[in-house]
Design a binder for this molecule. Structure first.
Ligand code: ATP
Length: 319
């Protein structure tokens, strides 16, 4: 597989008064799984659609290996396997035909196409549906056929828009495993997901979008560090849960109490100081668990920061 860089160069898309994205500048090198996260309407799907030439930029360009992407170009289709957000127009085909024809379209021999189709039918629990028309499938089944159609003949660039949306927990797990297996030094995998907790396990790089702009770009660890060094703690009181609650209240407002259990999030230093104090008092604490924040915690904290800033700006405008 040849090595191809993906570049977004001053890319913008405007619909009327709305900028779906605005001045996006990015270089994505092969060998990585890159996640696009962000709230609804942030501009994630638009960024993928610009990559495959389905949405024409208002300004700027997308380049693949130095060549500019434009709508309808055959070379773009050959380079990118794309799973769109909404179900594919494969309705008249059976499940098996839909997957197999994707493999043939991407240049596989009949033998390879048959073999790879069988493998994916099994892995994605689609064997019993092989002769059903795609149009009559449930939302989740339909999505699985879309995923199989991408994975059956992966290209140097794989673009997946919400691959695990509508899937049950077992299938979500399988799909993440299959995505992880696609990682290769010469391949770029760019995916949109709202499932931050699951995506965290496979992502090498996290791009967070809001209001059409990239608000964070880095590894999952750097995002966690970016929003502060905090810990999540759960304690069960041996005696006097009120005492634990009072102590927690003195260091953070982010806590919950359920009978004898207290959960809180606080700065690493404060949380560890408090734990050391409690553990020095025999019987006060029956059990403790301490968690590093997940990518989802960091993502939520970042969103709260933006919303806080946006509200502040709105108030300042009103004054
Ligand atoms: P979601 O997570 O909800 O799928 P997203 O981050 O993928 O959202 P986009 O679909 O890229 O967001 O949309 C970005 C913005 O552009 C939104 O405000 C959306 O309403 C607007 N938009 C997207 N496509 C069009 C269109 N064809 N016409 C008008 N506005 C559009």
């Amino acid at each position: 597989m040849s090595t191809i860089n993906l570049e977004y160069d001053h890319l913008s898309k405007r619909y009327g008064d709305t900028w779906a994205n605005h001045d996006i500048n990015l270089v994505i090198e092969p060998g990585s799984i890159v996640g696009l996260l962000g709230p609804n309407g942030a501009g994630k799907t638009t960024l993928l659609r610009q990559l495959v030439g389905l949405t024409r930029p208002t300004e700027g360009q997308v380049r693949l290996g130095g060549r500019t992407v434009a709508p309808g170009k055959r070379w773009v289709k050959e380079l990118i396997a794309y799973l769109p957000q909404h179900p594919l127009a494969l309705g008249d085909l059976t499940v098996q035909e839909a997957i197999r024809s994707s493999a043939l379209l991407r240049g596989q021999s009949r033998r390879d196409a048959d073999q790879n189709t069988e493998t994916l039918l099994t892995r994605l629990n689609l064997s019993s549906l092989r002769n059903r028309q795609v149009a009559g499938l449930s939302g989740g089944e339909h999505r699985l056929v879309g995923i199989a159609s991408v994975l059956v003949a992966p290209t140097p660039i794989v673009a997946l828009d919400e691959p695990t949306n509508e899937l049950d927990p077992l299938m979500r797990h399988r799909v993440w495993q299959l995505i992880e297996k696609l990682r290769e030094p010469a391949r770029i995998i760019l995916l949109v997901s709202h499932n931050v907790l699951e995506a965290e396990r496979v992502l090498d790089r996290v791009l967070i979008m809001n209001d059409g702009r990239i608000r964070h770009d880095g590894g999952p660890l750097s995002l966690r560090q970016n929003v502060g060094d905090f810990l999540k703690v759960s304690v069960t009181a041996g005696v006097a849960p009120e005492r634990l609650e009072d102590d927690v209240q003195a260091i953070t407002t982010e806590f919950q109490r359920h009978e004898t259990a207290v959960e809180f999030t606080a700065s690493r230093l404060e949380a560890l100081k408090l734990l050391a104090q409690w553990l020095g008092e025999p019987g006060l604490v029956a059990s403790v668990s301490v968690h590093e924040p997940s990518l989802e915690d960091a993502y939520l904290a970042l969103r709260q920061q933006w919303e806080g800033n946006d509200n502040q700006e709105a108030e300042e405008r009103e004054v």
